[in-house]
Design a protein around this ligand. Structure first.
Ligand code: FAD
Length: 327
């Protein structure tokens, strides 16, 4: 399959419409660690372009606290951003590949003013899809805390983006000014968000994000398609009628057997765990993960999902192997 560079920049909903019921390929990448150049990002994207992704998501990474020894047993607290560059990478992707780049934007670490300025930059760059997320608690803290004059939940962030789409800026004197035109995506959790007391409550707040202006949902990764199908049914029963794009990641190491349930709240099916434990080499775990993900992808495709959205986590080889079998 050849990379078709004639793709037009569009909203996610328009891409879905243009797909005419055919499942399309998309993926998420992350900014490289500070100190690397843009080529390192292109190197992970290039091998996936032949599958013609209409859009590529770029994650946002908030600041972290690190503690540096400064002698006499004293520690200095420093705020660092290890993976900056989300906006620049999105602009570079749109420029180089002529496909939509979707930056993730967070509540965490942003005041409303920061958010507005971030959105203005995106608008000027011709980026008109965004994923609106709350973000997690900062490392070393247990609970998420919003900035003073920031947003506590993604639904509030969605509201601000929608206000800007109507030309309503934070400054009262700037009402009825240039309108932005963002198509907003939000996160959904087929196995419930870790902080939600139950699924009903989580879907209640997901519905609020849609009511406030979000147009599509991208799910957290899952390894059992049944969870996705049940989640979609629950959402539909609650009147959530926007596209729900499944997020997938191939298991690639034995360590992820512990990390994935803990960090992403995704349960791993017993059959997958048992097979992974039996694997005698790193390569055989990777192969197992790829095959599992191919099976998941094929079943979801058969069910008519609009996109299969893969979490590359900065590495494209495994996703490429899955896509070669599926697209
Ligand atoms: P919210 O929708 O705000 O929900 C958070 C919790 O609060 C949920 O339990 C919800 O039920 C509850 N809740 C929501 N609204 C209310 C309310 N009004 N009152 C009371 N409770 C409420 N993290 C990053 O740091 N960078 C990224 O780039 C990134 N990309 C992601 C992409 C996807 C597709 C997904 C699924 C997750 C991503 N994350 C990212 C992780 C995400 O930031 C965390 O999962 C975070 O903990 C929740 O974000 P949210 O937008 O779902 O939050």
């Amino acid at each position: 399959m050849a990379y078709n560079k004639s793709c037009r920049l569009m909203k996610v909903l328009e891409h879905i419409k243009e797909g005419k019921g055919k499942t399309q390929f998309s993926f998420e990448t992350l900014p490289p660690l500070k100190g690397q150049n843009i080529q390192s990002i292109f190197d992970t994207i290039d091998p996936l372009m032949e599958f013609n992704p209409p859009f590529i998501n770029v994650t946002y990474h908030r600041e972290e606290y690190i503690y540096k020894e400064v002698g006499n047993g004293l520690l200095e607290k420093k705020v660092v951003k290890k993976r900056p560059g989300t906006v620049g990478i999105c602009a570079a992707i749109q420029n180089k590949y002529q496909v939509d780049a979707i930056p993730h934007i967070l509540c965490g670490g942003f005041t409303k003013e920061d958010t507005e300025n971030f959105l203005i930059d995106l608008d000027f760059l011709g980026i008109d899809n965004v994923m609106a997320l709350r973000g997690d608690a900062i490392k070393n803290e247990t609970y998420f805390t919003a900035e003073k004059n920031g947003h506590k939940y993604a639904e509030e962030l969605v509201k601000q983006i929608e206000a800007l789409n109507r030309g309503e800026y934070l400054d009262d004197e700037l009402q009825n000014h240039a309108q932005t035109d963002f198509c907003i995506g939000v996160a959904g959790y087929p196995e419930k968000h870790s902080e939600a007391p139950n699924m009903e409550s989580d879907i209640h707040f997901l519905k609020k994000k849609i009511k406030n202006g979000a147009s599509f949902i991208v799910t957290q990764m899952f390894f059992n398609n049944k969870k996705y199908f049940e989640f979609v049914d629950l959402c539909r029963a609650q009147g959530i009628d926007v596209p729900i794009i499944p997020g997938l990641k191939p298991l690639s190491t034995k360590r992820q057997l512990n990390v994935i349930p803990q960090r992403f709240g995704a349960e791993l099916p017993d059959a997958l765990i048992q097979e992974a434990i039996k694997c005698k080499s790193k390569e055989s775990v990777r192969q197992l993960g790829i095959e599992w993900c191919i099976d998941q992808s094929k079943e979801l495709m058969k069910a008519g999902v609009p996109f299969l959205h893969y979490y590359s986590i900065g590495r494209s080889e495994n996703i490429r192997k899955v896509a070669l079998e599926v697209f």
